[in-house]
Design a protein around this ligand. Sequence first.
Ligand code: AMP
Length: 562
Amino acid sequence: MKKTENPAVPGFASLGLDPRLVTALGALGYEEPTPIQSEAIPPLLAGRDLLAQAATGTGKTAAFALPMLHRLSQAEKGRKGVFGLVLVPTRELAMQVAEAIHRYGRELHVRVLAVYGGSSMSQQLRSLERGIDVVVATPGRLLDHIGRGSLSLAGLGLVVLDEADEMLDMGFHEDLEAILEVTPKGRPIALFSATLPARITGIAAKHLQDPVSIRLDGKSHGGPPSAVTGRVRQTAYVVSRAHKLAALSRILDIEDPTSAIVFCRTRTEVDQLTETLTARSHRAEALHGGFSQEQRDRVMKRFRAGATDILVATDVAARGLDIQQISHIVNYDVPNEPEAYVHRIGRTGRAGREGTAITLFEPREQWLLRNIERLTKQKIEMTSVPTVADLRARRLELTRASLREALLGTDLDSFRVVVESLSEEFDLIDIAAAGVKLAHQASGGTDDEPEIPKVLLQVDRPRPPAGPVRPAGVRRPKSPDAVTLFIGAGRQAGVRPADLFGAITGEASLPPGAIGAIEIADRFSLVEVPGEAADAVIQALKKATIRGHKVIVRREREGPRG
Ligand code: AMP
């Protein structure tokens, strides 16, 4: 396999970014800016305020991180204090964004700190004292630091509100307002939000100055394309990031494609996936923008000739490829805009043939799929990764099909002798079963695959119009499999919805969207979680502290509360 030694990323260089950032992006395997990056980076480099509608998976983190880092690198030498501030709704996102900024800013030696509730205060204080350039924080904990005087906003060069709608849904509105109030006037602010309800545009109108507006809602590029037809079966598998590679391999085992293109985002991913698939006996080859024309031609020739079943490619590399008869299109990630999905899928199901489109997604990305469904006006079946039992059943089915084919053939005479001689000693069915066993084993694939953990799909629920708090007693109808948990602390103990949200998503690793209604009463709180996750959440919360206290957590009993 060819690895790229010296990747060039002219798309990023032409946006005017520091060459050291462009180099870092090349090393990460990025080939070109995503739409949100092309649109957001220039105004942020110019110091403008920004209001951007962009969801997770669109590349929004780099869209604000790169200009932040560029401007940090240009800031004067004697600069002190925090330059970049990113506010995020959850500790997971805080860690994820801090990690991304660290990666992009590696060559600039940028000091990044994630600041969130639940982590050690003294450690955060020590890091802040030593000097930090970028802080990624959840609003509550940031306010604690501002209140203590351990974090100064005086030197801020850019403030980012990331996933602003999630922050409001989690009850952080007041905290956000308080932070923006004490932010020195005139510092650029970028607000990123998946949706733009009135509560968000209200914050924008109050705190942003003459912002550049960007909307990436899938409607900006014309009407629904005709490429997706009813002939393409569309399935999406929910999987956690850690198990994506294993899931891809399992899905390919089950689907057994004759000619598939697996799309992924970066050159690095292309190389990694190809290596793993090859190691697992798939006939896969890589294709990305780092290949010479000659290399490309060789790869394509083998693919067209059927010597390779799977082409692992970036969008850039696959551009302009005209290949007929693709049986499967696989999206290793949800494409960052619906049009890209449609464009990719359009390569299968051509000329009246059936095609299959497969997408792997993390729970957080579910709503990108909803956007695609809206654009194509077609349903994508969302399901879990096949289990080991599914895989075994499928393999047996394939063996059965091969045997059937052999039985329909005519060249069995030379094998009959073997059966006849064995039949003097053994039962005919047993002989046949032994033959099936050998054929099954010879077809490859071991049966000792580990199970891939099942991931909970986010419960589809409309966003509550004014945050998740409702007065006790006013209950939204439960979703059928939801369970209400009783938590022995409420308003009097200072509990806010955000505390419960944070504790459940953080300690029990439940995706934010899986959490249903939250009610905070004076002396207790009630939270709806999916039934299958209830026990795990109870166990996790029992070990955690909420607002500094250990609390009682149990299923809510029927009858009067209290
Ligand atoms: P985000 O929407 O920021 O959560 O990013 C989603 C994923 O896209 C992350 O895994 C990024 O590393 C990746 N990504 C962001 N920008 C690009 C790009 N220009 N090319 C390839 N991958 C990217």
